[in-house]
Design a protein around this ligand. Structure first.
Ligand SMILES: Nc1ncnc2c1ncn2[C@@H]1O[C@H](COP(=O)(O)OP(=O)(O)OP(=O)(O)O)[C@@H](O)[C@H]1O
Ligand SMILES: [Mg+2]
Length: 475
């Protein structure tokens, strides 16, 4: 039944209001009733005492009942009560009620009996005659400390009940009004709360159906507002990642298509045309080259995918990277010299240990030097340095090659981006090398950028890796 927050809140408000109103009304009414009762009781005993002192001299052997009844009548009018005076044998000697009065009868009442014994007693009784509840008290009449009679007073409690009834009615109206206000307020507040939730639900449903361009209006700055901001952020991020992923897949497929098409033609040629042994050999070498390119591309793609995934299996270790850098450079030296390049490097004996995944560091060195070899024509120079500078290790690869135009020095780090597509393809490049470098450097908390070459032409790639601060003994 209580399926929506709106109904839950409204019902809770109403229950709360009704509970508070009913319990406080009950308490208030009881206190008031007690207060009025005490007040009336005190007033009546005081009046009875006054009457008693007035009639005391009149209670002689043969009392004048008419005279005493007149006195009773006067007081009764004044106090709005019935006044009865008895002698010490409970015989009525005066009654404020003249018609059908009780004069001459014996009035057997507990209050009077008690008063004759000088005790206090009161009773409340329902009067069929006046159709109201009546409070009755009696006090003794004393002559020189001797009880000679009693004064009995009966007064209606209708005033108390009237006030009580008025207040009760008032409280009922107030409760009904409070319930209406609480209901409306509850609905209003709940709506304020649930409307943004509703909007979020609709947006999430649309996203689940594939429409990622969702942004929900932020209308409050409470928890729900913050949730909406985060939701929008998430939607933007998701949209962007999806776009990037689509681009990546499109680019990757495109890159694969070229070698696959070449392979297709080469294989069909061998199958369909009569070729000499030399021609066949040449075609097979071409096939081998295209396959190499495909394998390299797939390897690079795998590397990037692995770098993209948040939980990587590669554990970082703290070590001196000089030996690893040197062995990678030595491996590349042969290729550089075969191409007719002057290749040199300067490495320190030892370097401060850094937190690294070793094979990834080798990959940085390889990709950067590989580029330098590829994009530097024969006769050019390649210089590699590694040194400590402040709190970083600085690795530089400088060449005297074709260089990179100023406006493309950011873009070359993007996936598949190449300055000169034709030339890069000729060199067997796919445009992933530098994006892999950037990804690895980012993982290591370092920076990578490109500057002009040392002699004003060519280019210098710079990678910095942070050197962690270690306790003195480990250093
Ligand atoms: N040392 C360099 N000198 C001149 N241009 C460079 C140099 N290094 C990179 N570039 C340019 O940046 C582009 C991107 O380099 P990246 O290493 O990402 O791709 P690639 O070398 O073309 O292919 P891959 O490295 O995937 O085999 C290159 O295509 C090239 O145009
Ligand atoms: Mg490259």
């Amino acid at each position: 039944m209580l399926k929506s927050i709106r109904t839950k809140l409204t019902v809770t408000y109403i229950i709360l209001i009704v509970t508070v109103m009913v319990s406080s009304s009950f308490l208030l009414l009881n206190i008031l009733k007690q207060y009025y009762f005490d007040y009336q009781y005190t007033e009546m005993t005081r009046s009875a005492a006054l009457i008693s002192s007035f009639v005391a001299p009149k209670l002689v052997d043969k009392p004048d009942v008419v005279d005493i009844s007149n006195v009773a009548f006067d007081f009764a009018r004044q106090f709005n009560a019935r006044v009865i005076v008895t002698d010490h044998k409970q015989r009525v000697v005066g009654d404020s009620q003249r018609i059908e009065g009780l004069v001459g009868t014996t009035l057997e009442r507990k209050e009077i009996a008690a008063a004759l014994e000088q005790k206090e007693k009161w009773t409340v009784q329902y009067s069929d005659l006046s159709k109201t509840w009546v409070l009755q008290v009696a006090v003794p009449v004393l002559q020189e400390d001797k009880v000679v009679g009693a004064v009995f007073l009966a007064s209606s409690l209708s005033q108390i009940h009237g006030i009580q009834r008025d207040i009760r009615n008032y409280l009922i109206i107030a409760t009904v009004l409070a319930v209406i206000v609480a209901g409306l307020l509850g609905r209003f507040l709940a709506r304020k709360m649930t409307d943004p939730l509703q909007a979020l639900t609709v947006a999430a449903e649309k996203m689940a159906r594939g429409d990622l361009s969702q942004q929900v209006k932020v209308s409050t700055n409470d928890e729900i507002g913050r949730l909406t901001i985060k939701f929008n952020e998430m939607a933007r991020q998701l949209q962007q990642s999806t776009k990037q992923l689509k681009e990546f897949v499109a680019n990757a497929s495109h890159e694969m298509r070229t070698p696959l098409t070449s392979l297709n033609i080469l294989v069909k040629s061998i199958r369909d045309y009569p070729l000499s042994k030399e021609e066949q050999q040449e075609f097979l070498e071409d096939i081998d080259e295209e396959l190499e390119r495909l394998i390299r591309l797939v390897d690079d793609l795998l590397d990037l995918t692995r770098l993209d995934s948040v939980a990587s299996d590669d554990t970082m270790v703290l070590l001196d990277i000089v030996p690893a850098v040197q062995s990678t450079l030595e491996m590349l030296r042969k290729r550089a010299e075969e191409k007719g390049l002057i290749f040199s490097y300067s490495l320190p004996e030892r370097a401060a240990p850094v937190l690294v995944v070793l094979h990834q560091i080798k990959q940085i060195v390889f990709n950067l030097v590989d580029n330098a070899i590829k994009y530097t024509p024969a006769g050019g120079q390649i210089k590699v340095t590694l040194k400590e500078e402040g709190d970083v290790l600085k690795f530089c690869v400088s060449d005297t090659g074709v260089g990179i135009p100023e406006d493309q020095r950011e873009k070359i780090f993007e996936r598949f981006y190449r300055v000169d597509k034709a030339r890069s393809r000729e060199q067997g490049g796919t445009g992933l090398g530098l994006s892999i470098v950037r990804e690895i450097v980012k993982r290591h908390g370092g920076k990578v950028w490109v500057e002009d070459g040392e002699q004003g032409h060519g280019s210098t790639f710079i990678v910095t890796l942070p050197v962690p601060e270690l306790p003195a003994e480990e250093n």
